[in-house]
Design a protein around this ligand. Sequence first.
Ligand SMILES: [Zn+2]
Length: 359
Amino acid sequence: MFKEGMTLDEILKIEIPEDRVDRLKELVSFDIPDLSDEVARFLLKQQIQVVNIQYARFLAGVKFTEADVDNLMKGAIDIHAHGGSDPFDRLLLEDEIAMDYSRAGMRAVVFKTWFTPSASRNQLVQKYLDIWAQGNEVEPVKIFGGITLNKPVGGINPDAVKRCLGFPGSKYVWMPMVDSYHHRRIVYDDWSGEGLRIVDDKGRCLPEMSEVLRIAADNDLIVASGHFPYVEHKAVFEEAIRLGVKRMEIIHPAHIHCKTSIEQMKEAASEGIKLMLSGLGTTTFPQHETGPVYAVKMIKEVGARHFVYGSDYGQIHNPSHVVGTRWLIKLLLAYGATTEEVQQIFQISPAEHLGLERG
Ligand SMILES: [Zn+2]
């Protein structure tokens, strides 16, 4: 049973006995029609676990200060931020995000766009950021980008990847996301088969995908996953390793579009594939296996050195990148991550991933 002064690990191991669930059922009702007894019991157990964690943290007192969070923000890197250069509403433009991050003392940011190569804007944003930073006596963040292989760039199009190599700070090739057939199944329940693929009917990496991987290997690009099932990403990453790609990443592994179990995360990590810890998922989708409890579980079970921080913020209804990043750091600390683990995920691993010198 829950007691004051327990560690997070002990709290998470607390079994909620069935007779306790019976008593809770008397006290708590759900606004979900036709809720089965089994699901109601599952929800009650989950919610009591979160209550235990929350109260344990309150009773233990806040173990960090705003100044601690300030320090952790210094030198941090966001490897997955969405700015204004998408053809729909975004919260902030790329320069505004970069100014916020520079003020916070962060080191670098990677912009990701859905439909056109974000790398094409790096030079322009960096130029005006640097001028602004000089006038404001702050160190500007380094700006990076890449290309997402959605339909507007021709899908899995090696020529588009090749053309992006000329842009300064072009570091990433992301596999298709919103234009993937799997994304269409998950989000739109569209089973027509419409949408981009990365493997053939037998589950083998498609030739054009291999061509992209070859370009990535020759130019030391980061190859990042998209919205596909884990087994398909795995087939592509196996081919990437065979072709000599050194930098690989699974984006938001806990999200439903590409749900990767902790066992699969461990398997990927053992192959040298980095896992993106999603700010968006952890802070704004807590009901999925993406919330802070699950995030800390992932970190503890897989190991902090395998994770790189990507905010994934930019949606108009969510917190700004800098606010969300601070919030995530606080949640991780409150839910049991150590300062060293946060430094690893926000500073050390992403710097290595991007090939930056030790900060
Ligand atoms: Zn994203």
